[in-house]
Every structure is written in C-alpha cells, then in structure tokens.
Design a protein around this ligand. Structure first.
Ligand SMILES: Cc1cc2nc3c(=O)[nH]c(=O)nc-3n(C[C@H](O)[C@H](O)[C@H](O)COP(=O)(O)OP(=O)(O)OC[C@H]3O[C@@H](n4cnc5c(N)ncnc54)[C@H](O)[C@@H]3O)c2cc1C
Length: 494
C-alpha cells in the first residue's frame, strides 16, 4: 500500500458543489485537498448553465427584434453566431481554461491536485501515485456525464453532447436533437432562432415530460413557431452517419441532419470512484445520501451525484449542508459539543464555528436555530429557459394525485391577464397551482411565460413556507405585473 499523506479533508470533483465545499472548508481553517480531473467549476460555467444562458440571451434578442414588426414598426434581423461564440469563449470560459478558478480555490487556502481521484479504502483517496488520508472527511462531488442511450450504431458516430453544442464556432445547416427535455429544448430553440433547421426526436409522448402537460404543450408550440420540427413518441432504433450527415431510424421513419445532439439525460459514474473499497454498491444510478449528505462513515456527497436534482442551485444548497455538517463533525472529533451545544471549540476549529453559523444563516434548508441544517426538497424550483420560460416548483398535479392527496387545481392563461394582453407578441403562458385542499396550502406550481422563472419565486416561497392559501388570496399583487396572474389562478382553485 502506497504511503499516504494526512490532511483534514479531501474533496473529489471540484464542480459547482465540490468547489463550494472545498473552498469554504479551507476558509474555515481546515487542510483541504481538492482534486479535479478536468476544469475547476465543473459543467455549469464551461458547458452548462452559463454559456447556454448566454446563447439563450442572444437568441431571445433576435426573437424580440422579430417582434418589432408586430409592435413597433419594422426590423430586419440578420443572425450572426460569431459574437455568441466569442462571448462564450472569452467572457464565460476563458477558452475553457480554469486558471482563475484554481487561483480562487488556492487563494482560500486549499491545495489543488489535478487528476482523477478514487477511494482506496476508508478515509483514503488515491490520485495517480499520491494517496491522501482524510482525518475528518472525504467529500465526493463528481457530478454526472451525458448518458448516451444504447441505440444501434450511435456510439460509432461523431454525435454531439452538450460540450460540442456549447463549443460550436460555426453553426451547422441542420441539427437533429435526440431528447426533448429541458436541455434539448433550450438548445433546439437557440439554434433554430439562428437559422439552423432543427428536428427534435423524443421517445416520450410529450416534450418536457416531467413537467405539467400544459407546459409541454406551450413549449412545443413556441418551438414550432420558431420552425423546430418536434416528433414525440418516437423510439430511435438505429443511427447512421455517412461522413457528412446523420440519419436516425425509427421503424419506417427516418430523420436526417448535419449534426446530431444527444441530450437524453445524464448519469453518475459510481464505478469510477472506488466505492466498493468502502462497501458501497457502485452499480447504483446515483450515490444515495441522507438528509445531511452522508453517504457512509466519513463520506459525504454533493451535487448531481446524489440524484436529488441536476441543478446548480441544488449543488449549492447541498454544499451549505455538507460544510455545516463536516464542521460539526470536526468539532465533535475534537471533543467539542455538537451543533446543538453552546460551548466554544478547541484548537484551530474556531473558524469552523463561525462557518457553521454562516451556513445556517444562508443555507435555507430545514434548520432549527443552533443546529446543522438538513435537506428539504419539497420546494425544489426548476426552470427551463425556453421562450416562454417554464418554471415549476414542488409537485405536479399528477404527482400529487398519485400520492393520494386531496388535490385542488387553479389555472389561468397568461394571455388573458392584463400584462399578457399588453405584452401581446410572445405572451404565451399560464399559471397552474396545485393545492392540498385538506391542509389549505400550495404543494406545487408551474409558471410559464416571458418571465416564468422570475414569477416562480413567489410560488417557491408559498410552497416552501406552506403559506395558507387564504393568506395568498388576501395579498396585494402589483398591477399590471405578470405575477398578478397568480391571484387569478388562486381564485380558480377547485
Ligand atoms: C447544457 C446544460 C445546461 C444547464 N443549465 C442549468 C441551469 O440553467 N440551471 C441549473 O441550475 N443547472 C443547469 N445545468 C445543470 C448544472 O450544470 C449541474 O447541476 C451542476 O453543474 C452540477 O454540479 P456538480 O458539482 O454536481 O457537478 P459538475 O458540475 O458536473 O462537476 C463535477 C466535477 O467533478 C469532476 N470529476 C468527476 N469525476 C472525478 C474524479 N474521479 N476525480 C476528479 N474529478 C472528477 C468533473 O470533471 C467535474 O468538473 C445545466 C447542465 C447542462 C449540461
């Protein structure tokens, strides 16, 4: 067995979640080794949220300009991808270079190691020839990678994942998108608005299948208006590439395109993490954790890897819990009280106490004063940044009914609201509320519209804090905002 180096904490994977945990624990005075095999910051800043939202911002600017003809005269729009590609390269990703992020972490006192980390028995992490032994904690934040379906021929073709779609410098003439989930629809609409002929092929009977059916309809209609062809209920059976273009075969149907983007979900790769060396089943789809992000004795996990929702806000939320819990664990190992106690800690963990306090004040999870927060996903918000945006929180109507809840539903069309009517071009959307009639509170909501993701925030508060419907009905909603439609949906609850 290689000789190991003793440190306080080892964090494997410095994506959104891992970087946050490693940085904050280092700032708290612990000796933290952070291991990253690719780019510090992970998927979100380099191939995910940030560059995709830059693309969406540009595509929406084109769409708004095209709406001038309906509202304010005439405008001729000539899309050009070059400024978008330049912005992603130069402003978002530093040409996919993480020097700034590495310095950010080491500037907090962390030690950075580039490479692939894997567990090598309890408390031990191997990266190449180096072995680190963690005195207090190992934190895994290794995320997910695109899950490529086992479709005949696909693996042998030069298909795109989100990486190639985000890095593209010159747009193809046509694009086939396999997968009509959030990422597929966002990118499909962007490319269509820049003049690419886009076809979406989805196996489920509707796009955005995890959201309300009404949301699927509005989103599909909006994309069709942008020229996107959408085919649902189509199970791709074979993919071929003839050197210049792709064909997706499904029964007697065939769909062609110059490029093929595969966005059919993502998968954690537990088999790469040496979990069997600590007795964890690595054939699972995700790494299960408890409400304090514990995966096993001495091991915490954070972010997409946990399967609790593949969102940056989940990774950040969980990171706050991990930081607080690890610091509490350190304090207890040093002989101090647990988080419910009041005595100060011994030795160098004084910074840790204030960091626990910080996590509690900003974490937003279920937390009693003086205790470590625990995860609560009841009010998990999610936004698909198509135009219109699809925002949702909590349970859908179907999910609530299948749990046997006494459900009431309230719906209102945004175009019939004052603001929707004023907005006119691009005003499609709705508010749908799902209430637990017995408890008199909202347990889910969907907000679709030009500002659907922003309007959602009020509904997230309502679900999170279980604000009584009777109180929501007696609030004052500013006129004429989009969020005022919430009042109409509340009135329609039945
Ligand atoms: C196109 C796209 C758009 C998205 N848009 C949004 C959005 O608008 N809003 C939102 O909330 N979320 C969005 N997401 C999701 C978001 O990017 C993820 O939820 C987030 O990045 C998860 O963070 P993470 O830390 O769990 O994992 P990741 O960001 O995936 O980071 C994991 C890191 O671990 C590293 N790693 C893996 N294995 C090892 C190993 N063995 N050793 C060392 N390092 C390792 C990887 O290289 C990676 O850097 C989007 C994702 C995509 C693909």
């Amino acid at each position: 067995m290689a000789e190991s180096e003793l440190v306080d904490v080892v964090v494997v994977g410095l994506g959104v979640g891992g970087e946050e945990v490693a940085g904050r624990l280092a700032e708290a005075g612990l000796a933290v080794v952070g291991i990253e095999r690719d780019l510090v910051g992970g998927e979100c800043p380099y191939w995910g949220c940030i560059p995709s939202k830059m693309m969406i911002r540009a595509a929406n600017a084109l769409a708004e300009a095209r709406r001038v003809n309906e509202l304010a005269g005439s405008a001729e729009v000539r899309p050009d991808w070059a400024p978008v590609a330049k912005r992603i390269r130069e402003e978002a990703t530093d040409t996919w270079d993480d020097r700034v992020a590495v310095d950010r972490f080491t500037g907090k006192g962390g030690r950075f190691v580039r490479g692939s980390g894997r567990l090598d028995g309890p408390n031990r992490v191997r990266v190449g020839d180096q072995v680190f032994e963690a005195r207090y904690a190992v934190v895994l934040g290794t995320g997910t990678r695109p899950s490529v379906p086992p479709i005949d021929g696909l693996a042998d073709t030069p298909y795109w994942t989100n990486h190639q779609a985000i890095e593209v410098e010159e747009l193809p003439e046509s694009l086939l998108v396999l997968g009509g989930g959030a990422i597929g629809l966002e990118l499909a609409q962007v490319f269509a608005r820049f003049g690419v002929r886009v076809i979406v092929v989805e196996a489920a009977d509707r796009v955005l299948a995890v959201e309300e059916p009404e949301a699927s309809e509005v989103a599909a209609e909006a994309l069709r208006a942008d020229g996107v062809e959408i085919h649902t209920g189509v199970k791709a059976e074979r993919v071929t590439h003839d050197g210049t273009s792709f064909t997706v075969h499904a029964g007697d149907r065939a769909f062609g395109g110059e490029k093929l983007l595969v966005v059919t979900g993502r998968r954690a790769h537990l088999e790469e993490l040496g979990l069997d060396s600590v007795g964890i089943d690595c054939t699972q789809r995700y790494l299960p954790v408890n409400e304090r992000m514990h995966a096993a004795e001495g091991i915490w996990a954070v972010g997409d890897l946990t399967g609790e929702g593949a969102f940056t806000h989940i990774a950040m939320y969980q990171a706050g819990i991990v930081v607080a819990d690890v610091l509490d664990h350190v304090r207890r190992m040093k002989g101090g009280p647990d988080a419910s106690g009041t005595a100060s800690v011994v030795g160098g963990a004084a910074g840790a106490v204030s960091a626990v306090g910080g996590a509690m004040s900003t974490g937003g999870s279920a937390v009693a004063p003086g205790s470590v927060p625990v995860a609560d996903y009841r009010a998990l918000p999610r936004v698909t940044f198509t135009d219109p945006e699809v925002g949702a929180v909590g349970l859908t109507e179907q999910q609530a009914r299948s749990r046997g809840i006494n459900v009431q539903v309230g719906y209102t069309d945004l175009t019939s609201s004052t603001r929707g009517w004023i907005h006119k071009a691009g005003s499609a959307g709705f508010i749908k509320l799902v209430a637990d009639a017995d408890r008199g509170v909202l347990i889910g909501a969907t907000s679709v519209g030009p500002a659907g993701g922003e309007v959602l925030s009020a509904l997230v508060v309502a679900v999170h804090a279980a604000v009584p419907v009777s109180q929501l009905r007696h609030m004052i909603y500013a006129y004429p905002t989009f969020h005022r439609a919430i009042e109409d949906a509340l009135r329609n609850l039945k």
